[in-house]
Design a protein. Structure first.
Length: 130
């Protein structure tokens, strides 16, 4: 059972908050021109969380279609955060969701490219500050 649902729009800075060790269902509505243009039709949708953007550092949370990201076949996708995803996190992090094009590798840096569906700040609030 999820503690909450967050609704986000695509391609803009999207900030949201979660309490440490809570679960969250993030619903993302992608503009139809992005969805029908193929961003949600690409083979891999990837959502990553790192401490800072644009740096080659450890990925703290990673979700992809079929493993933490669900696509509904239209212009909506869901990012599913489980309790263990944020159990060891506290503070602000950068998140970005992108379409990995067939010719790209999965070692894609956070660059705000046109294939970026959304990005922003994920704030993880310590459980004792609820």
């Amino acid at each position: 059972m999820f503690d909450a649902t967050v609704f986000l729009r695509d391609a803009k800075l999207q900030n949201f908050q979660i309490t440490q060790s809570d679960s969250l269902y993030v619903k993302v509505e992608v503009e139809r021109d992005m969805a029908s243009g193929g961003l949600l039709e690409h083979p891999t949708i990837l959502w990553r969380v790192k401490r800072f953007p644009y740096l080659k550092e450890k990925t703290l949370i990673e979700k992809r279609d079929g493993n933490g990201i669900e696509l509904d076949g239209t212009n909506v996708m869901y990012i599913i955060l489980d309790e263990e995803d944020t159990a060891n996190l506290s503070g602000q992090y950068h998140h970005e969701c992108m379409a990995i094009l067939p010719e790209e590798t999965e070692e894609v840096s956070f660059t705000g490219r046109p294939q970026t569906i959304l990005e922003g700040t994920l704030t993880v609030v310590p459980a004792n500050r609820k």
